[in-house]
Design a protein around this ligand. Structure first.
Ligand SMILES: CC(C)(COP(=O)(O)OP(=O)(O)OC[C@H]1O[C@@H](n2cnc3c(N)ncnc32)[C@H](O)[C@@H]1OP(=O)(O)O)[C@@H](O)C(=O)NCCC(=O)NCCS
Length: 237
C-alpha cells in the first residue's frame, strides 16, 4: 500500500470512528419503539443507518443487551441476530460471517421421552421449561475472533478464546482455545495462529481493549504480519 493510500485509509477510519462516538439524537426514542415486535426490523435498519452501521452503533448494542440479553463489544459485526441465544457474550473486533448458528441446549435424551411437549412450557403441558434454558448455558466469544461462514456452534462449546478462527462450515462441539484455527465436523485444531511467546505478548498488550481511535493514534502496525519483533517495536500509550 502506498503512503498516500494508507493515509486515506487512516482518514476514513477516523471519520467513521468519530461518527460512531456520537449516538444518534433519536437513540432513546428508537430504543423504546423497539419494544414493538413488528417494528423491530425497521428500527434495526434505521439505527444502523443513523449510527454508522454495526461496527459503531451504541444503540444497537443497548437494544441487543436489554431486549435480547446478547452483549456485543466494540466494532464487532455479524452478531446482531435475534436468532442468537440470550446470554451470548461477544468481545470486541469480532467478525461473524453469514449463516452462523448458535445452539445452546439439547432435548432431554436420557428421559423416557425427549419430545418438546414434555419440556417446553410454550406448548402448554408443563408450567415451566423442564430442561435448562439457553441462558443457563451461555456462549462466550473472546475478542478479535473470526467465525467463518456456515458455522454451527453446539451446546458443548461454551467459550471461544481471543483471536481464534473457526473455518467455514465447521461444527464446533468443544471449547476453542485462544488463537487456534479450527475447522471441520467435528471442528479440530488445524494449527495455532502464533507461537506461544507471541501469544504471551499479545495477552500483555491486549490491543483489543483499545478504541480504534487509540490504535490509530498509537501507530498500531496493522498491515504487518505479527511476530515478536513487531510486538516489541511499538507501544500503545
Ligand atoms: C480456516 C481458514 C481460515 C484456513 O485458511 P488457510 O490457512 O488458508 O488454510 P488452508 O487452505 O491452507 O488449509 C489448511 C488445512 O486446513 C484445512 N481446512 C481449511 N479450512 C477448513 C475448514 N473450513 N474446515 C475444515 N478444514 C479446513 C485444509 O483442508 C487444510 O488441511 P490439510 O493441511 O490436511 O490439507 C479458511 O480455510 C476458512 O475456512 N476461512 C473462512 C472463510 C469464510 O467463511 N469467509 C466468510 C467471510 S467473513
Amino acid at each position: 500500500m502506498t503512503e498516500r493510500n494508507s493515509e486515506k485509509v487512516r482518514e476514513l477510519a477516523w471519520a467513521k470512528a468519530k461518527q460512531g462516538v456520537a449516538e444518534s439524537r433519536f437513540s432513546h426514542c428508537l430504543y423504546l419503539l423497539y419494544a414493538n415486535r413488528r417494528l423491530r426490523p425497521y428500527i434495526t435498519r434505521i439505527v444502523k443507518r443513523l449510527e454508522a452501521g454495526e461496527f459503531f452503533s451504541k444503540t444497537l448494542r443497548k437494544i441487543f443487551k436489554d431486549y435480547h440479553q446478547i452483549t456485543v463489544g466494540r466494532y464487532s459485526y455479524g452478531c446482531f441476530r435475534r436468532s442468537f441465544p440470550p446470554g451470548t457474550t461477544i468481545g470486541s473486533y469480532v467478525s461473524v460471517a453469514e449463516d452462523v448458528t448458535i445452539l445452546r441446549r439439547n432435548h432431554p435424551y436420557t428421559r423416557l421421552t425427549q419430545h418438546p411437549f414434555f419440556y417446553n412450557h410454550e406448548l402448554g403441558l408443563v408450567e415451566r421449561d423442564t430442561i435448562e434454558l439457553d441462558s443457563d448455558n451461555p456462549l462466550t466469544v473472546g475478542s478479535d475472533v473470526w467465525i467463518g461462514r456456515g458455522t454451527l456452534i453446539l451446546p458443548g462449546c461454551r467459550t471461544i478464546g481471543n483471536g481464534a478462527i473457526i473455518g467455514a462450515n465447521s461444527v464446533v462441539t468443544r471449547d476453542v482455545p485462544a488463537f487456534a484455527i479450527v475447522g471441520g465436523n467435528p471442528a479440530k485444531k488445524i494449527r495455532d495462529r502464533f507461537d506461544p511467546e507471541v501469544v504471551a505478548e499479545l495477552n500483555k498488550l491486549k490491543w483489543w481493549e483499545r478504541s480504534i481511535e487509540e490504535l490509530i493514534a498509537g501507530d498500531f502496525p496493522y498491515l504487518d504480519d505479527c511476530n515478536i519483533k513487531l510486538l516489541k517495536s511499538f507501544t500503545l500509550s
